[in-house]
Design a protein around this ligand. Structure first.
Ligand code: PLP
Length: 362
């Protein structure tokens, strides 16, 4: 078996011990004589799995008791509408910060249901920074304030949360959940598609302050009402059973690794290695202003913008077992996504490859 270092932005690497555990339990989970894939979601065995997943997530993220945890379907993108349908219930206004494609899509979707105010944007420089926020532009009676905390495509992240006062902060953590310590109490609602840092595609995590639920618009489809899922322990209908199970294995792995604070240290080490390498290179450079650099997604280009050289880099890296390094089409160049499951050795291998490539192509 030959495993590569996979730098994909998502779906992305899973920890090897998790894949092995899933393999061990594939044909018969515990003493059930069946795979988790074949199991009724109403069975005792499955109930234990989904409850364990929630318990571990609460423990790892230190989620306060007045927050509900939901395991939903539809990916991060369904949340763009679900947030609006559930939370645009007062002034029907919300503030959004436009820091990339995902924030832009979220704002466009929400604007079908209410008045969306873009308080700041970094589109002028291809989203290569997180804009400073001017509080005088905030809508005082907004129903919520929305950010995309880590911008997967552009490689920026918020290192400080906006101070929104009593307006609930809603954040898309799809590409950074559990990569660094998060104070959940600062948010009204957090959501994250699983396929970057949590598990396979198919499950989406929502963490929501209880008092915000139960006020969805009348037009809200039942399946898009948070309260329905929260009241039913994410078992209103069939949940994405297997994806929740693998997420549970990832949570167990993360706990074994020492938890989120420990993972944050490892992530800072990994990102530091790669940014140092890029900062010291004369052939390559990162595309993001240093203060807003993501720990998870690291886009870089050749200093000369040499497209042929970039294509050669991506191709030769893949031949060396470092795959999916091609950048997003709107940024070009390369992007290394180094989520929790990417080991330090994988980043070291990439750094060695960058240095070798630079020498060989002078
Ligand atoms: C990947 C991603 C999404 C979209 O997730 P889907 O599950 O494909 O809908 C949304 N937001 C962010 C920040 C992402 O990285």
């Amino acid at each position: 078996m030959n495993r590569v270092y996979n730098f994909s932005a998502g779906p992305s690497m899973l920890p090897l011990p998790v894949l092995k555990k899933a393999q061990d339990e594939m044909l018969s989970y515990g003493d059930t004589g069946m795979s988790v894939m074949e199991m009724s979601h109403r069975s005792k065995a499955y109930d234990d799995i989904i409850k364990d997943a929630e318990r571990l997530l609460r423990e790892l993220m230190n989620i306060p008791d007045n927050y509900k945890v939901m395991f939903l379907q539809g990916g991060g993108s369904t949340q763009f509408a679900m947030v609006a349908l559930n939370l645009l219930n007062g002034s029907k206004k919300a503030d959004y910060v436009k820091t990339g494609q995902w924030a832009k899509k979220a704002a466009a979707e929400a604007s079908k249901y209410g008045e969306i105010n873009i308080v700041a944007s970094s589109e002028d420089k291809t989203f290569s920074y997180v804009p400073l926020l001017d509080k005088s532009k905030f809508t005082p009676d907004a129903d919520y304030f929305y950010i995309c905390q880590n911008n997967t495509i552009y490689g920026t992240r918020y290192t400080e949360l906006p101070d929104t006062g009593s307006v609930p902060l809603v954040a898309d953590l799809s590409s950074c959940i559990m990569s660094e310590v998060t104070d959940v109490s600062k948010y009204g609602l957090i959501f994250a598609g699983a396929q970057k840092n949590v598990g396979p595609a198919g499950v989406t995590i929502v963490i929501a302050r209880e008092d915000l639920l139960g006020k969805a618009m009348d037009i809200t489809p039942t399946m898009l009402d948070y309260k329905i899922h929260a009241d039913n322990g994410s078992l209103y209908n069939t949940p994405p059973c297997y994806a929740v199970y693998v997420a549970k294995l990832v949570f167990e792995w993360l706990k074994d690794m020492g938890g989120v604070a420990e993972m944050q240290k490892i992530n800072e080490e990994k990102a530091g290695l790669l940014y140092d390498c890029l900062d010291n290179s004369s052939m390559f450079k990162g595309t993001v202003v240093p203060k807003d650099r993501s720990l998870m997604n690291i886009p870089f280009v050749t200093t000369k913008g040499d497209k042929d050289l970039e294509a050669k880099f991506v191709k030769e890296a893949a031949a060396s077992g470092l795959v999916n390094l091609k950048g997003h089409r709107t940024v070009g160049g390369m992007r290394a996504s180094i989520y929790n499951a990417m080991p330090v050795e994988g980043v070291k291998a990439l750094v060695d490859f960058i240095n070798k490539f630079e020498k060989e192509n002078k």
